[in-house]
Design a protein around this ligand. Structure first.
Ligand code: SF4
Length: 211
């Protein structure tokens, strides 16, 4: 295979509101992409925007121009939050997944995580953002949020464990924080939550987060 023409530079733009753009913001982002002659763009599996084939020297300037469209990152936060369109935009939605997602994006911890922490929020039981395969997954029903912990969709997949059901928004955020704090304190360095849960089990996690 001839690799001469392969362009491997790319940059992923975080903080674009879980993949939800207003038409005005999308036009602004497109204007920047066109002015810098970005050869290709991609919506990633994590609902972010990847700029493909961009030269390293241009990235700083592009990031600077994109700042008005990007949420500020919090210190020691989760890697990313995905959310489905939710009750405002989907007829099956039972809750506001973006509102909950925004609260989860703001969670801040004492130390940085040593492994990725992915969060998926779905506004109904159809689970379009695959919450059972995320480190923290939440899905809504009429009676509230179900919180799932320790899922992974990678090469060694794991279905997460249900920690609690019928949660309000605030209870869901509080429980997510407790699960992640416990995981951060007790997990081996670089261990994802899936491997951590395989080691300690759901009853041990519940014992600590509901103490
Ligand atoms: S999870 Fe439910 S509410 Fe969300 S997009 Fe899918 S079907 Fe719609």
């Amino acid at each position: 295979m001839n690799n001469e023409n392969i362009k491997q530079n790319f940059s992923v733009i975080p903080g674009l509101n879980m993949g939800l753009f207003s038409p005005k913001d999308l036009a602004g982002i497109l204007d920047i992409i066109n002015r810098y002659d970005v050869p290709a763009t991609k919506i990633t599996g994590a609902q972010r925007l990847a700029l493909l084939g961009v030269e390293k020297e241009q990235m700083k300037a592009i990031h600077e121009e994109l700042k008005p469209f990007i949420r500020e990152s919090v210190p020691n936060g989760v890697t990313y939050v995905q959310a489905c369109p939710g009750q405002e935009w989907c007829r099956y939605g039972k809750a506001d997944s973006f509102a909950l997602g925004k609260k989860l994006e703001k969670l801040s911890f004492d130390e940085p995580f040593t492994a990725k922490v992915k969060v998926g929020v779905s506004a109904c039981r159809m689970c379009c953002t695959e919450p059972y395969l995320r480190d923290v997954g939440l899905y809504a029903s009429k009676s509230g949020w179900t919180l799932v912990f320790g899922g992974n969709g990678g090469g060694r997949p794991r279905i997460g464990d249900v920690v609690a059901k019928k949660l309000s928004d605030d209870e869901a955020v509080d429980l997510a924080q407790k699960c992640l704090t416990f995981y951060q304190k007790e997990a081996r360095p670089t261990s994802r939550s899936s491997r951590f849960m395989e080691r300690i089990g759901i009853e041990e996690l519940k014992k600590h987060v509901f103490e």
